[in-house]
Design a protein around this ligand. Structure first.
Ligand SMILES: Nc1ncnc2c1ncn2[C@@H]1O[C@H](COP(=O)(O)OP(=O)(O)OP(=O)(O)O)[C@@H](O)[C@H]1O
Length: 344
């Protein structure tokens, strides 16, 4: 086991550089033989936005529940803010959104937060600040029961922020948000990181993680298949992808591209040329063609999905099956209908 966090505390310089979350061999099994999380070794550093990426049933929620002491590990150890998992002294400095918080349906969003603020012993002003921070001011006095899924989610994040936590642990925080809400939430996470807070969020959306996270851990069938910086993830994704170019005159375009090493089209269909190259060479293709007097009317880089990343990192699996390293139960990795979100 690595040197898990030493003495915690805001004032210690050692604590500032020690990981905020560190786990070693963290495992959670469910009877009769489901391995929801297996031998997980995570390192989350202070001040970063860390994306915990995995598809449905990968083990994200179970991991987060262990981190905040809601579920006891079957094996392995971990530390949060330098203290053992579930230690109340650490949890007092953590804000989390894992299960939907039990808000009072007939109270307004603001009154719900005030109630929670009183319970946590924090100033009422924090409730107002939280509402503003998640951009719910216009709906602050509407009853919670009238809130959309996205508004409920934003109120949940505001609740997690109430005690001005050093670490936020958020399970799929952008679930249900519209595109503008997603952008606002991403901005909030970056702003929190800029203030030295650490954000550990889960997602099954590669795009989302790429846009907001500094580091990424990819969990698949209960196991961590990759952990590293966004640049390292992108390097893994930077392999050949499919770039399509619509260009005229097509003969000139073909001849020009064939003359540049590595840019030879693999297929042509009328004036559409397809190249299998890293997507970051798209601008080079455009420039090459334009300088050769070719008109480029369309240039698309095929989007690489999370599925592609998994296939690249783990090899093919079926949704009902699992690779040898994954959950041990038949059907492990398939979606469990969870009361927290009512399933898919
Ligand atoms: N209480 C439980 N009892 C039995 N199996 C469970 C329990 N909780 C989780 N599992 C199983 O553990 C695996 C991981 O579930 P988990 O909820 O952690 O995944 P997830 O990555 O959060 O998925 P999602 O994105 O769908 O929320 C799944 O196969 C799930 O069915």
């Amino acid at each position: 086991m690595s040197a898990l966090g030493t003495a915690p505390g805001r004032t210690s310089s050692a604590a500032r550089t020690a990981p905020v979350i560190e786990t070693d061999g963290l495992t959670r099994s469910y009877p009769p033989d489901i391995r929801a999380v297996s031998d997980l070794r995570l390192t989350v550093n202070p001040g970063e936005v860390y994306g915990f990426l995995g598809r449905n049933g990968a083990g994200k929620t179970t991991t987060m529940r262990m981190l905040v002491g809601l579920v006891r590990p079957s094996a392995g150890t971990g530390r949060v803010l330098g203290r053992p998992l579930g230690d109340p002294r650490a949890l007092a400095r953590v804000g989390s959104l894992i299960e939907s918080p039990a808000f009072e349906p007939h109270l307004s969003g603001l009154d719900n937060l005030r109630l929670l603020a009183r319970y946590l012993g924090v100033d009422d002003a924090q409730a107002h600040a939280g509402i503003a921070e998640v951009e719910l001011t216009a709906q602050a006095n509407h009853p919670f029961r009238t809130y959309s899924l996205g508004m409920k989610q934003r109120l949940g994040v505001a609740a997690a922020l109430l005690n001005d936590p050093e670490l936020l642990i958020l399970d799929e925080p952008t679930n249900g948000l519209d595109p503008a809400g997603m952008v606002a939430m991403r901005d909030l996470f970056r702003a929190l990181a800029a203030r030295g807070r650490t954000v550990f969020l889960s997602s099954h959306l590669l795009d989302e993680v790429e846009q907001v996270c500094d580091r990424v851990g990819i969990i698949h069938a209960g196991r961590l298949v990759m952990e590293g910086s966004l640049a390292q993830l992108q390097a893994k994704l930077g392999g050949p992808g499919l770039v399509s170019v619509r260009a005229q005159p097509v003969e000139t375009a073909l001849a020009r591209l064939r003359s540049v090493p590595g840019l030879s089209p693999i297929r042509t269909n009328g004036d559409l040329l397809e190249l299998e190259i890293p997507g970051d060479r798209a601008a080079e293709i455009n420039e090459t063609l334009v300088l050769a007097g070719v008109r480029v009317s369309e240039l698309t880089v095929a989007h690489r999905s999370l599925e592609d990343v998994f296939l690249g990192l783990t090899g093919p699996t079926t949704s009902a099956g699992s690779p040898p390293a994954g959950p041990t139960a038949p059907g492990a990795g398939a979606r469990r209908v969870d009361p927290k979100d009512g399933g898919e």
